[in-house]
Design a protein around this ligand. Sequence first.
Ligand code: HEC
Ligand code: CU
Length: 504
Amino acid sequence: MKPLPVHPARAVLAASALVLLGSVRLFAVGEAATTAVPDARKAEFAASLPTEQAVLTAAPHVPPPITRDHAARVVVNLEVREVVKQLADGVDYTFWTFGGEVPGLFIRVRQGDLIEFHLSNHPTSKLPHNIDLHAVTGPGGGATSSFTAPGHSSVFSFQALNPGLYVYHCATAPVPIHVASGMYGLILVEPHGGLPPVDREFYVMQGEFYTTGNYGEAGLQTFDMPKALDERPNYVVFNGGVGSLVGDKAITAEVGETVRLFVGNGGPNLISSFHVIGEIFDRVLHEAGTLVNENVQTTLVPAGGATMVDFRVEVPGTYILVDHSLFRAFNKGALGMLKVSGEPDAIVYSGKEVDEVYLGGQSAAGSETVRREEALRAEREDVIAANPRITEIDTEIQMERGKRIYFASCFACHGQDGEGIPGVFPPVADSDYLMADKDRAIRVILKGLTGPITVNGKPYNSAMPPQDLTDQQVADVLTFVMNSFGNRGEDVTPAEVKAVRTAN
Ligand code: HEC
Ligand SMILES: [Cu+2]
């Protein structure tokens, strides 16, 4: 449960009751009603249309293009669920979702369609929710008409008047907290005649998360209101979590194909500078409107907005999707991958990939350690049953975790193999300085290090910044470094790190 000042369900119900009263009063002075009035004209229009059930998809998938050349009555069934899911490796979060997913399921309709929207709220939900679709023309975008208590279902309808790619989100008070919990998604309203055909379409949506624990701090995290007010998220991610579009989960294409990304930004606060490293957007539908821009490197996606980008992939390799506000990409999770296979074209590009340098912990080596950790966990279960070699395996798990932290936080300076850079960054491989004093090594990570030192007989006089890591993370990375790259040492425990942290 998120910490809220008053009993949340009650506050929200009270707020929405006010909204309802407000709308009824507005109706009296001539605005639209929230409670549907039977309307013969509308009933006749609905009856004149063929009915179909909307196909909804979870990111990165997109429902198939619409082939019909006439309007339809499209029935959308969307269920709100409050679920605990992974936000990052080892980090869980209670997400409030449209369809059990963050971002919410992708909806695809056609301009002129009459959409009959069924919003249900799962009986296990703790709070009421609703939906405001930016594709709706009408007060609140459907919010008051779709206000739904746990275990209930609401129906309202709207006509998709304007084509475009629209954000939808929950608009139940407190609105920003519902959005910050993952309640957003995209609805595409195809124009008459459809979009220009492409070979592949994908759904990518950015959003930030504000957690009490630091980035990467393991366990179930809770929402942090002060950080949200200051717009200082710990996580900025694509598709609801760190690594959702990385490694095995990367989106793919083949050389020569055209790719379309439907990119949304749920916010709630940040504007995204969406960029694909190594590609140029041939065509951007700026703000997902009708203005076509061509040959764009980076495009802005406002909070509560979207964009459509099309490009052809010419050469194979891994293309990195980022928010080009780069600390978000490399330190907060806003990083995905498009893997393109096929024949190289040395004229277009000569080769020599630089993934490792770019990616750190999220590179192939990074996801390799994730897989290895999983495999080791499975092995551990077996060993417990048969044999007491458990401590050794725990160390191996710690080593894999430590390796991941090393490749995320240290290797940019100390190198792939801990070799450092002569005269600038001392080696951690085979380092006499590192191995001589465990507490000193812990202090170097926690507090940083400046001034002259001698490592393996060679002088260094530079500065290492303090590393913002938890006790567990420091223990893991030091255990890894002190037992890799030719070093042979003992393990480091979180308790030892804590002792050094509190002694200073
Ligand atoms: C921004 C570059 C940078 C990063 C990132 C960095 N270091 Fe350092 N590190 C240095 C520099 C520079 C020194 C030497 C400082 C001096 O000469 O006073 C150093 C010194 C050290 C030392 C002591 C000297 C030795 O080689 O034994 C250790 C151990 C160490 N770093 C480990 C780490 C670990 C582990 C991480 C990741 C958690 C890390 N460093 C991240 C730049 C960095
Ligand atoms: Cu909600």
